[in-house]
Design a protein around this ligand. Structure first.
Ligand SMILES: *Cc1c(COP(=O)(O)O)cnc(C)c1O
Length: 239
């Protein structure tokens, strides 16, 4: 085993232990929570190692990095999640490799995703990104639609050709009323998910929780956690 493989295996085991403990504490089955490893800023060689270690879901937040990485790893049995703020001029590229776009936060983006998914003959799973720190009707600093706009956007995704409404995603806000209150934030996301599922019962993905707050996300009921640092190490730079 290479040194990097041993390191990633050890980190993965620790994260797995944390998820299992959080499930146990919440009275949930381990199978209810899917680990998505966020591989942004790390090379395709790490993605290949992770795949060999049994990881099945990876996430990226920048198309410039993700597109070549996904191409290099196209032989691996991986689902690719796009989790970053997405400009419409990058949609054509993203739709080529992304199985899920978790950062759907405005109608113009839905229209672009739908058009390109149809053109590519693909079905793209979409999660509406909720900004719990957004002002009424606005968008969050790190993307996301404000709480008041979630249902309308979910309906729009559900009726758009080439797109499948899969659920909701959030990033715990650093500012505003939910700052430092991750579990409350994730419980709010669960409440919104309940509302959305009344109209769209299959949209049952709830993506919340990162390296520092995955326990709170599992406690709140998240179905997917997105973990980068705790598996791959601290990233250099601000991303
Ligand atoms: C980077 C990132 C993560 C992972 O964050 P870590 O703190 O490294 O675990 C999760 N979600 C999104 C949207 C991200 O951009």
């Amino acid at each position: 085993m290479t040194e990097r493989k041993a390191q990633l295996a050890a980190n993965l085991a620790k994260v797995e232990e944390r998820i299992a403990a959080a499930c146990k504490a919440a009275g949930r089955e381990r199978e209810e929570v899917t680990l998505i490893v966020v591989t942004k800023t790390y090379p395709a060689s790490d993605v290949r190692i992770l795949s060999g270690l049994g990881v099945r879901h990876v996430a990226e937040n920048r198309d410039q990095d993700a597109a070549p990485k996904a191409a290099e790893c196209s032989d691996l049995p991986l689902s690719w999640h796009f989790v970053g703020q997405l400009q419409t001029n990058k949609v054509r590229s993203v739709v080529d490799y992304a199985d899920f776009v978790q950062s759907v936060d405005r109608s113009r983006l839905v229209a672009a995703l739908s058009k390109e998914a149809v053109r590519a003959g693909r079905e793209v799973g979409c999660l509406v990104q909720v900004a719990l720190d957004a002002q009424e009707g606005g968008r969050g600093d790190r993307g996301g639609v404000g709480v008041g706009g979630v249902e309308e956007l979910a309906d729009l995704v559900a009726e758009s050709p080439g797109l499948r409404l899969d659920g909701l995603m959030t990033v715990a806000p650093l500012a505003g009323e939910y700052a430092g209150r991750q579990q409350d934030a994730f419980e709010r996301l669960m409440d919104l998910s309940t509302v959305v599922r009344r109209a769209h019962p299959a949209a049952n993905m709830v993506s919340a929780g990162m390296s520092s707050d995955l326990e709170q996300a599992v406690a709140a009921g998240a179905t997917h956690v997105r973990v980068g640092t705790a598996v791959l190490g601290v990233r250099t730079g601000l991303r």
